[in-house]
Design a protein around this ligand. Structure first.
Ligand code: PAF
Length: 244
């Protein structure tokens, strides 16, 4: 496995690249993306860069879990061909990208500018790496749609694939930020999945608000502070491509 620890690298010597962008602290969700990429391409590139542009809260950025050396071991075992670990030079003369209106709702509402930051770095990574196919987790569905729509406009030859969410035994979606939780909090967090599933299972045409209010109340009673709880029909202007 090639490890590139700088922004300067010429990717043009590789062809048909499958790409996975990450901020490191890898878990089985990331590895599922690598597995999917391996099945479609002979050359899989994973980037690891904690992108300061997408954090609204400096404390969140400082606390973001880091485990670079373990990440490299995991990627080697998973069959990744090249790990790209750009330095902060990647941020120099960056073209700022303004995300589409879809970025102003849901996660974007409580994190203004977050998706602009995501698209700005993803655009830069696409420019540098020039992949043929790129994989993103459907856990971050709003991010996935914004990237997919952006790529459809500016990288028409690049295929964006969404991969299903990996969960632990209790249903909690795997996420690097779970590492910031203690054991009790991890157990408690499974209630998010339980409540969302209950809405999905019990939804009929006229009970949605009732179900959302009930789920909100249940979570609040358990101590959750909720940014938003929404049920949406996530239609996208471009055709979705899912891998299960
Ligand atoms: O999903 C993430 O980990 C990040 O938002 C991404 C796509 C790597 C951009 O920094």
């Amino acid at each position: 496995m090639i490890v590139v620890r700088s922004t300067e690298y010429s990717f043009s010597k590789h062809s048909d690249i499958a790409f996975i962008a990450t901020m490191g602290n890898l878990h089985d969700g990331h590895l599922a993306l690598v597995k999917n990429a391996k099945s479609k391409s002979n050359f899989v590139v994973v980037s690891i860069f904690i992108n300061p542009l997408q954090f609204n809260d400096p404390e969140d950025l400082n606390n973001y879990p880091k485990s670079l050396e373990v990440d490299l071991e995991i990627l080697e075992l998973a069959g990744c061909d090249l790990v790209f670990i750009p330095d902060n030079a990647i941020l120099i003369n960056l073209e700022p990208i303004k995300a589409q209106d879809l970025s102003n709702t849901l996660c974007g509402k409580s994190r203004p500018g977050h998706f602009d930051g995501v698209l700005t770095i993803v655009n830069r990574l696409f420019e540098i790496i020039d992949p043929k196919i790129a994989y993103f987790g459907l856990k971050d569905y709003q991010q996935y749609l914004l990237i997919k729509n952006y790529a459809a406009l500016y990288y028409p030859n690049l295929m964006i694939i969404g991969c299903s969410t990996e969960r632990n035994k209790s249903g909690l979606a795997l996420s690097s930020r779970n590492n910031l939780l203690n054991d009790d909090q991890v157990k408690l967090a499974a209630n998010i999945y339980i409540e969302l599933n209950s809405i999905k299972t019990n939804y009929t045409l006229n009970n949605l608000n009732l179900l959302k209010d009930k789920a909100t109340k249940n979570l609040q009673e358990l101590g959750f502070k909720i940014d938003y709880l929404e049920a949406v029909d996530a239609l996208s202007p471009v055709t979705d491509t899912y891998i299960n």
